[in-house]
Design a binder for this molecule. Structure first.
Ligand SMILES: Nc1ncnc2c1ncn2[C@@H]1O[C@H](COP(=O)(O)OP(=O)(O)OP(=O)(O)O)[C@@H](O)[C@H]1O
Length: 261
């Protein structure tokens, strides 16, 4: 398993040690995945449908906790903290999640949507702090100029691409250590997709991003490193350019060349 080539001289922001997830006893949707994710990188998780990409992403921010029958084992260390032993609310503050379908809270204003994480965490802020966080978060996703005069309108008033940028702003508002994105552009048109891709390249200067994608050209365009998963296992994790030109594993090569997928 490739790991040296992805180290960027910094301490890993996220460490996975033999992480397994099972939906039913004896079968593993994610099977002993171990690797490190380094700061200020974009990591693409690729692999055929059902290989465990979303399951792994959800394990990182403890979303499986909502269902007691789902068992997660191994160690997930985020910024030195043991995710599986932490308060799930704190984990979700440190590991922001963005989904395939833009999901702003439909009855909330754009302004309140950006601050939703604070509300859920019961964190009270002064009006000046709220205004600052909203402006800064919307600026960082390039949405401020488009929405600053319609801040009281509902999030659902925006276009799909704008809604997705609002959801990214909502995650960034909490200043997460890692941004987890599950196929964030697959419901968007090419122009909105392009905008999000450019945005992610900007955001990696300040954040660490993990993105599940079925779109190999997207992975090649924006990611520094790629993980290839197959049947719940992490087959290869390496520098994206290297993986696309010289995959180490035959399965990775077959997937990338379209033999299966
Ligand atoms: N809630 C669930 N209950 C039971 N099994 C599940 C559940 N969610 C996923 N699985 C199973 O776990 C395995 C991994 O699914 P997962 O959704 O993580 O794969 P994926 O690689 O993200 O797939 P896709 O690319 O199609 O989104 C699959 O066999 C799937 O059927």
């Amino acid at each position: 398993m490739e790991s040296v080539k992805i180290a960027n001289g910094k301490t890993p922001v996220l460490q996975l040690k033999e992480v397994s997830v099972s939906y039913s006893p004896g079968s593993f949707a994610v099977n002993k995945v171990s690797t490190n994710i380094y700061p200020n990188t974009i990591t693409a998780i690729m692999g055929p449908s059902g290989c465990g990409k979303s399951t792994l992403l959800r394990a990182i921010n403890r979303m499986h906790d909502l269902y007691p029958h789902i068992k997660t084992t191994g160690e997930i260390i985020l910024k030195g903290k043991n995710v599986l032993a932490m308060d799930p609310m704190e984990v979700r503050r440190m590991a922001g999640m963005v989904f395939q379908q833009p999901n702003p809270f439909p009855t909330m204003s754009i302004y309140d949507n950006v601050l939703a994480g604070y509300k859920l965490n019961g964190i009270r802020l002064k009006k000046r702090e709220r205004d600052e966080i909203v402006e800064q978060s919307l600026q960082s996703v390039g949405l401020w100029d488009e929405v600053k005069d319609v801040m009281t309108k509902r999030g659902s008033f925006l276009s799909g691409g704008q809604q997705q940028r609002l959801c990214i702003a909502r995650a960034l508002a909490l200043n997460p250590e890692v941004l987890l994105m599950d196929e964030p552009t697959s419901a968007l048109d090419p122009i909105s997709t392009n905008k999000i891709e450019e945005l992610l390249l900007q955001l990696k200067k300040d954040f660490t991003i993990i993105i599940v994608t079925h779109n190999m050209s997207q992975a090649a365009r924006i990611s520094d490193n790629s993980m290839f998963m197959y049947l719940g296992e992490l087959v290869e994790h390496g520098n994206t350019t290297q993986m696309f030109t010289k995959p180490q594993n035959k399965r990775t090569e077959e997937y990338l060349t379209g033999v299966f997928g």
